[in-house]
Design a protein. Structure first.
Length: 90
């Protein structure tokens, strides 16, 4: 990945915050991997999942809601910074 793209990605991960803690995504370790393809005009964001060892169903639901909020905010920022790219989450 070229340095300009990497800087944009790092900036996005630093400014998008998880809304309940107000901590940036890059401090929470929610993103496992990001791949970019100029030829396909695609960005793929691999998120860390909540795992199967949830203490209760309520904790799982809250974790899923928090993740969805982060994904929505990341989607908006990636589309703004990388106009014309398709953003996928895994």
């Amino acid at each position: 990945m070229n340095p300009e793209m990497q800087k944009k990605i790092d900036d996005i991960l630093g400014r998008v915050k998880e809304q309940s803690s107000l901590l940036p995504v890059n401090e929470l370790g929610l993103v496992r991997k990001i791949t970019c393809s100029d030829t396909e005009r695609k960005i793929r964001v691999e998120m860390e999942g909540p795992g199967d060892s949830r203490a209760c169903i309520c904790a799982g639901l809250v974790g899923d809601m928090l993740r969805q909020g982060v994904e929505r905010d990341l989607q908006k920022e990636f589309e703004k910074e990388f106009a014309g790219f398709r953003v996928e989450f895994a």
